[in-house]
Design a protein around this ligand. Structure first.
Ligand SMILES: NC(=O)c1ccc[n+]([C@@H]2O[C@H](COP(=O)([O-])OP(=O)(O)OC[C@H]3O[C@@H](n4cnc5c(N)ncnc54)[C@H](OP(=O)(O)O)[C@@H]3O)[C@@H](O)[C@H]2O)c1
Length: 282
């Protein structure tokens, strides 16, 4: 798959990662800045409902943002709103993140624009059509590619960048759906199960290098992804979810269930014996 990546002209810079400017923080200072100062945050999938709500909070407190999304018009609206709220820097790129070949270029450009990286927030994802994916491998492949293969490509590059610098937080939106295959959405669930295992393993590899790697598992949240679903009126409010996530990312928690009650719910769901579970309509 190949698509054009559109990077804004005013930010054209060499794509090779440059060395930090003399006035940019060193390794120890970056760690201090993560808890105290404005942060340099890269958002991949910046038009996601959950990401947009986080971006509003980060912009309100003056963080520096680099936003990547595939829809140029939606991205322009999110970027303009963040600028109005007081983000200290806004950079952006239009990119279909399914195109893994473009990832090094997009990521290098983002980091050059931000002058470093404190947080990378991966929010891209598709729910897909489970009934279609049951019949048609191409539909299943698309879900697995966007939710698993593309994030693995992004995280491989970002993890090596962050580990070399002994700094940074990689915060990844997986899902509670990855904790147990259910008949109603096991294709999406398996993409998230793969992502969770990858992110968990990555954390075990690079935590000792000073990089925080976060597995975020939301329960159902009211966003475009869940619009019109049965029971969606009772799903979690996206602003409340974002407020919890922004705090958790500041702390660099390992595994985050949001809302927190989903840690308990999933413990119960995982404990149901398979002979019972396979007869349930979940
Ligand atoms: N909402 C929930 O209940 C829930 C629960 C658990 C986990 N999650 C996860 O949380 C993340 C954010 O979801 P959300 O609820 O905020 O849903 P959303 O509003 O539908 O956001 C998904 C985002 O992913 C973007 N995207 C999809 N494929 C892409 C691609 N190839 N390149 C670039 N961007 C791409 C979409 O772009 P477009 O705007 O252009 O379509 C959209 O901005 C997803 O990973 C989702 O699986 C959501």
């Amino acid at each position: 798959m190949s698509t054009e990546v559109k990077l804004p002209l005013e930010e054209e810079q060499p794509l090779a990662l440059r060395t930090p400017r003399a006035d940019e923080a060193g390794v120890g200072e970056v760690a201090a800045e993560q808890t105290h100062g404005p942060r340099r945050i890269l958002v991949l999938g910046a038009t996601s409902g959950i990401a947009e709500a986080c971006i509003r909070l980060w912009a309100n407190r003056g963080d520096a943002l680099y936003l990547v999304a595939r829809n140029e018009d939606k991205l322009a609206v999110v970027a303009a709103d963040a600028r109005t709220r007081g983000a200290s820097h806004i950079g952006s790129a239009v990119a279909n993140l399914d195109d893994t070949n473009a990832h090094p270029e997009v990521l290098a450009h983002a980091i050059n624009s931000l002058g470093g990286l404190d947080v990378a927030f991966l929010a891209l994802g598709v729910l897909g059509e489970q009934p279609e994916a049951e019949k048609n491998f191409a539909a299943a492949d698309q879900i697995l590619h966007t939710n698993f293969v593309a994030p693995v490509s992004l995280l491989t590059w970002l993890a090596n960048y962050a580990a070399q610098r002994h700094a940074g937080t990689l915060a990844v939106l997986s899902s509670v759906a990855g904790e147990r295959g259910r008949k109603s959405n096991y294709v999406y669930g398996s993409s998230k199960a793969g992502l969770t295992a990858f992110v968990d393993g990555l954390r075990n590899r690079i935590d000792r290098d000073g990089v925080r790697v976060m597995t975020i598992k939301p329960g159902p949240v009211k966003t475009a992804m869940t619009e019109g679903m049965k029971g969606s009126g009772k799903f979690a409010d996206v602003e409340a979810v974002a407020a919890s996530l922004v705090k958790a990312i500041d702390r660099g928690d390992d595994v985050v269930y949001v809302p927190g009650i989903w840690r308990v719910i999933m413990a119960v769901i995982r404990a149901i014996p398979e002979r019972v579970f396979k007869k349930m309509n979940l």
